[in-house]
Design a protein around this ligand. Structure first.
Ligand SMILES: [Zn+2]
Length: 651
């Protein structure tokens, strides 16, 4: 059966089929980029590539709708082809291609080696935009890893409920339009944050671990075929600005997947360099989060700069087509100084942020790696007189802003550009703490994130031209509200250790205190004026199960210390380890009294992302929010945003 074209084109999984060895094994393989299923806006820039594996010398041809398209790099009948392709492969590129004809287009390519010629075809669709858009500013509130149950848990903790009715709703709950979003990447139903985010702002499914590029066999991940991001497109078409705000290290996948093109989400130094080096093209005016380690010269404390994970000599056709410089491997670079020289005001504490006003451009780096989680920042604010023993002190970042404060300042800066802006605000630790199965910290993150959502909505309420979307890149951990504690906290604290209970015939004591169904009742937390619970350890606290669990001890009590996460400089990781912080959930101090749960996932250390759909909530003063109701894919979101901004098209 032949499915309808538009459906077929949405099937990104088909892309793998483009890798074809048609007949005898003698012929070379051939792969076309973009793969079948790709969709682009009319006028959106992307790279084309024909790649094959075989016995050189290599040659290739490329046609679109039957017309020959010249390559911008790749020497015909040569071994080295474009000079940046992995040995054994040949690669031919057409960088910075633009097509403005709405509809389906057919790519035909040949790849020839010493043994013969292979032919392949691929299809992409151009989606029309044009006419009258309703939206000038786009704010994407990205709760990383935030599934339905994270939202439910935060609502229950923050507001409680009475006789079945919530006593209040989260700001995102009150948005008029809510729908569901599928989260698959180019190569899996389970995505990581890089393609998860990139899908929303490029319309393209990218491969896990990659952002703003298609996969390729090339010598440096920064050379991979690029796809233009929403902010880049809006900057080029409209002169719009870009703001990126995160509680993570700004090098992390979600922030980077708005402005950086790389096949390696872990390429820290190259990623942060690209933020600045391509900022004229992306419109970047606000960059806030953690990650100071990448901005400090390699000689300074806490620096993670060096000679690895960087790029130099971007291919000439990339430079020409995308309007960028060659790059450099520069461990000694003072990137903060370079940002300042480019007109950015720099701040590194909450105090400095609140005094910054609304500069034209703003760089804020509030931690060496990831920022601290909300409840650890709040603990310090509640006890500001005593720094000793504070987690934020241990992280060398005692004075960190909350996400709503960062969001508020970001909007002040961005709204100075009358041509509009894209702002992405990430609540990063919803995901990271769910990975560590630290339920209380993850819920605290949703509460912090929702305060930032309220700030974004308040701005949009004063503007008829601003769209606010609450999204998540994927669900993390199979987070579920499974019940509430029975018997009280004092009882729980006094239970003997279950750590040795592994016989299936013996029920661990801590399993017996999980009140399910009727016993769960309606937990009621005491909320402080700062918006967070006085404590998560109330007598009938809600309890969370993890469907994508890693190995852990579960004691149900709040965890005194966070697990050391990977995005910190090694020097600080070593200090934390020395101070008794653990590197994996199963090593937690709760092992003294919790019961051991073996995770289902292949890695024992962390809970994993799941393939669950995530909720989207949309707000705008005008009718733009209506497009986001229903079930849609992550890349559909991009086209809906774009059509809200540029008009639904005349085709
Ligand atoms: Zn994650």
């Amino acid at each position: 059966m032949k499915p309808a074209v538009s459906r077929a084109l949405q099937g990104a999984a088909l892309s793998a089929l483009c890798l074809v060895a048609p007949f005898a094994s003698a012929k070379p393989t051939i792969q076309i980029t973009p793969p079948t299923g790709a969709r682009f806006l009319s006028g959106q820039r992307f790279d084309l590539r024909v790649e094959g594996k075989g016995t050189g010398p290599f040659s290739a041809t490329l046609k679109i709708d039957g017309l020959a398209v010249p390559f911008s790099s790749g020497v015909q009948n040569s071994l080295e082809t474009d000079g940046v392709t992995t040995a054994g492969f040949g690669g031919f590129n057409r960088r910075g291609y633009i097509n403005i004809e709405p509809g389906v287009h057919k790519i035909t390519a040949t790849f020839k080696d010493a043994t013969g010629t292979s032919t392949a075809t691929s299809q992409f669709e151009i989606v029309d935009v044009g006419g009258a858009g309703q939206v000038k500013n786009v704010i994407i509130m990205l709760g990383d890893g935030m599934g339905l149950s994270h939202r439910t848990a935060a609502r229950l903790v923050r507001y409680g409920s009475t006789a079945g009715q919530p006593n209040g709703y989260l700001a995102m709950d009150k948005f008029p339009g809510t729908g569901l979003v599928t989260t698959a990447s180019l190569n899996s139903v389970i995505t990581d944050s890089a393609p998860g985010m990139a899908g929303y702002v490029s319309g393209t499914h990218t491969q896990n671990g990659q952002e703003g590029v298609y996969p390729a066999n090339m010598t440096n991940p920064f050379y991979y075929p690029r796809v233009e991001y929403l902010a880049e497109f809006m900057a080029r078409q409209r002169g719009a600005s870009l703001g990126i705000v995160s509680t993570a290290d700004v090098e992390d996948a979600t922030p980077a997947a708005n402005a950086v093109h790389t096949g390696n989400r872990g390429a820290g130094q190259g990623i942060v360099d690209q933020y600045l080096d391509e900022s004229a093209r992306t419109g970047l005016r606000v960059l806030m989060g953690g990650g100071r380690r990448w901005f400090l010269p390699s000689s300074e404390f806490g620096s993670s700069r060096g000679s690895g994970n960087d790029y130099a000599s971007l291919p000439a056709d990339v430079q020409a087509a995308w309007g960028v410089g060659p790059g450099a491997i520069d461990g000694a670079r003072n990137l903060i100084g370079d940002f300042q020289a480019a007109g950015f005001t720099y701040v590194e504490t909450a105090t400095e942020l609140s005094g910054a006003g609304a500069p034209n451009k703003l760089l804020g780096l509030f931690g060496y790696g990831n920022m601290n989680v909300a409840i650890d920042k709040i603990a310090h604010r509640r006890d500001a007189g005593s720094d000793a023993g504070q987690i934020v002190e241990d992280y060398h970042a005692p004075d960190q802003p909350m996400l709503d404060e960062m969001t508020n300042t970001a909007i002040k800066v961005l709204q100075k550009n009358k041509n509009g802006f894209v702002l992405m605000v990430e609540g990063a630790h919803i995901d990271k703490q769910a990975h560590f199965m630290d339920a209380d910290r993850s819920i605290g993150e949703v509460i912090e994130f929702d305060e930032a959502v309220a700030v974004a909505q308040k701005f949009a309420q004063t503007k008829g031209d601003t769209l606010v979307l609450v999204l998540s890149d994927h669900e993390c951990s199979g987070f579920s509200v499974i019940g509430a504690l029975t018997g009280g906290i004092a009882n729980l604290e006094n239970l003997p250790s279950d750590a040795g209970v592994t016989d299936p015939a013996t029920q661990p004591g801590r399993q017996k205190v999980v009140g399910v169904y009727d016993s769960a009742g309606f937990p009621q937390y005491t909320i402080e004026p700062d918006g967070f619970p006085q404590t998560f350890d109330i007598d009938n606290k809600i309890l969370i199960g993890f469907g994508g669990s890693g190995d852990r001890f579960e004691g149900w009590l709040g965890k005194p210390h966070p697990v050391i996460d990977s995005l910190l400089p090694n020097s600080i990781k070593a200090e934390l380890a020395g101070a008794g912080y653990v590197a994996q959930p199963y090593q937690r101090e709760e092992s003294a009294f919790g019961f051991f749960l073996r995770g289902q996932a292949v890695g024992r250390d962390q809970a994993v992302h799941t393939g669950s759909d995530i909720p989207v909530s949309a707000y705008s003063k005008n009718e733009a929010w209506r497009d986001f109701v229903g079930v849609q894919t992550n890349t559909d979101i991009f086209f809906k945003i774009s059509q809200a901004v540029f008009g639904p098209g005349l085709f």
